[in-house]
Design a protein around this ligand. Sequence first.
Ligand code: F6R
Length: 322
Amino acid sequence: MPIDNSNMLKVIEGFPQQCRTGLELPKGISVSGKIDKIVVAGMGGSAVGGDLLKLYMHSSKIPVFVVRDYRVPDFVDDKTLFFAVSYSGNTEETLAAFEDAERKKAKIVAVTSGGLLGTKAKKAVKIPAGLQPRAALGYLFFPVLGVLNNSGIVDVKNGEIKEMMDILSKTNDFKAVGERIATKIGTRIPLIYASESIGAVAYRWKTQFNENSKIAAFHHLFSEMNHNEIVGYQTMGSEKFLPVFIRDNFDNERIKKRMDITKEIISSKMEVEEVFTKGNFLLSRLFSGLHYADFASYYLALSNKVDPTPVTVIENLKKRLK
Ligand code: F6R
């Protein structure tokens, strides 16, 4: 019996092409008028694109807020560009946030494959259906970026896209790192760390291990972990955990130093793995950093003899809430 019944491997291998299509989908879709803040509402696999956007727009004068809730903050108004992102279009928190944003007169763009959101939203980027939401990150993030680019809110350079696509298309490099990390984790719980500047990458690693490999996984960020979590290592069993540091050449020098020292401290108790982001542009570094986790979580699922695709517990929970 094959374990990967829905061919998750093929979907992961197709990620670079998915990103390219994701950039083409919002063609002709833009917003006009004054915009002084951006809110991205979504849950789970549909929300992580919002986290990535927040990092990408760190140096923009327009702040980005990510909402994983039924309601949106009171500051949402007619100068707010509101993205309602739901792969299925039927996630109740996102639908409620969408309605709240409508009441508050935000400018709304939905990103969805259909569902209720697809029916209700006046402006939407329709994305291909039939995937697990978490496996559709290219379709969920790049349409948002595309709409912002079309609206003159960000200026995505061809060079950024080219570098990212060149890096992502070296599938075998990502596979090799993914297999190495999966083997190293074995039966341990991965603890994923990165700097704040690429924090969404560490969170994506955690959730990919949760949903693809069906294991517990946790994440934390530098330098905050130096002020609390590091103390917990005093009593942590080396056989139970595998810390994985995601390193970025562009991290602040003090962060790099903190990561080096922390690695030394932890290494006296247990193994520490390191993975490096690739590229010069932030987009490449974010997407290369997270693409390793697609393969690592996939190979770990196979070695644990679980099908990486279904997330039955999430589906059942949603049914019970109906
Ligand atoms: C499943 C997954 C979940 C969903 C979440 C919200 O693959 O990633 O985290 O993304 O349950 O559902 P959607 O994305 O349909 O709004």
